[in-house]
Design a protein. Structure first.
Length: 193
């Protein structure tokens, strides 16, 4: 795969490279990639996330399965009881309100079967790295067990007995994200940004 030369390659960290049938294009956002993959024409493209960018223009890429853009991932913070779960929930809600989340997310305080309480932090799977970084930077921690990933979210949905409280957080507004005809017209560009 031959990538184009990039001006200020560090700006592309966290963005995506899409390999189309006849060319490669650099600099798509997660939302743009999701829309491309939903279209019949580009459903079979290969997608790579830019993890590192060197000053000389070298990029470290990681392949991302198409299915990732259709899944929810998350973290389940288990608690010893309802008081601990409420504290975990309130602390996570406070952090999400005080510092900008990298993507849309929902946070539930829930009772699973019996007296197992959990705080479920659910977000689009393609944002796993960004959410992990956000949690590390914010210093969020709990005393109980933690489960993560797409399988944990699936289990949560199947085992959730009762959602006691919930909040939805919307993605930060990104004026530079294209969609529809604007996005489809830009596919031929080798550098998107």
């Amino acid at each position: 795969m031959k990538l184009p030369k990039l001006h200020e390659p560090q700006r592309y960290k966290g963005l995506y490279v899409v390999a189309f049938k006849d060319h490669v294009s650099v600099g798509f956002t997660a939302e743009e990639v999701a829309e491309l993959l939903e279209s019949e024409r580009y459903a079979k493209c290969k997608v790579y996330k830019i993890h590192r960018a060197a000053p000389d223009g070298g990029l470290e890429l990681k392949g991302v399965p198409r299915e990732t853009f259709q899944l929810e991932a998350g973290l389940l913070f288990h608690a010893a009881g309802d008081n601990e779960a409420c504290e975990n929930y309130n602390r996570l809600i406070g952090l999400a309100g005080a510092s900008r989340l990298p993507c849309r997310a929902k946070i539930h305080l829930a009772r699973l079967r019996g007296d197992d309480f959990v705080v479920a932090f659910i977000y689009p799977a393609e944002y796993d790295d960004e959410i992990s970084r956000w949690l590390l930077d914010s210093g969020y921690d709990t005393a109980g067990a933690v489960e993560g990933g797409t399988a944990a979210v699936s289990r949560y949905y199947s085992q959730c007995g009762q959602i006691l409280r919930k909040r939805q957080f919307h993605a930060p507004r990104k004026d530079h994200v294209r969609s529809g005809t604007g996005l489809m017209d830009a596919v031929r560009l080798v550098v998107q940004r």
